[in-house]
Design a protein. Structure first.
Length: 115
């Protein structure tokens, strides 16, 4: 599956953004989907995931503030981000997997949170 992330931008602390990740192909519903992020000088880290069953998982740092969801009819996964903090600033990537490893990656979208 090919992935295209969008929705990033510049927002003030406390604000909100919604990221979208559109997938090509007709097997999107078979994929577990995830969001990851990478801040300057840091390693890429897990943010949130939603399985084929729609079970969701979150990093502790975003629990209660971010919500991942999917719309299989639109081949799209979303990341709703609320109460944003400057430390949420990063390039956000969506990824998909059918097995153990995430092997399909989008190009990334920049999120910048100003204090």
């Amino acid at each position: 599956v090919q992935l295209q992330a969008s929705g990033g931008g510049l927002v003030q602390a406390g604000g909100s953004l919604r990221l979208s990740c559109a997938a090509s192909g007709r097997t999107f519903s078979s994929y577990d989907m995830g969001w990851f992020r990478q801040a300057p000088g840091k390693e890429r880290e897990f943010v949130a995931a939603i399985r084929r069953s729609s079970t969701t998982y979150y990093a502790d740092s975003v629990k209660g503030r971010f919500t991942i969801s999917r719309d299989n009819a639109k081949n799209t996964v979303y990341l709703e981000m609320n109460s944003l903090k400057p430390e949420d600033t990063a390039v956000y990537y969506c990824a998909g997997r059918v097995g153990i490893q995430y092997d399909s990656w989008g190009q990334g979208t920049q999120v910048t949170v100003s204090s």
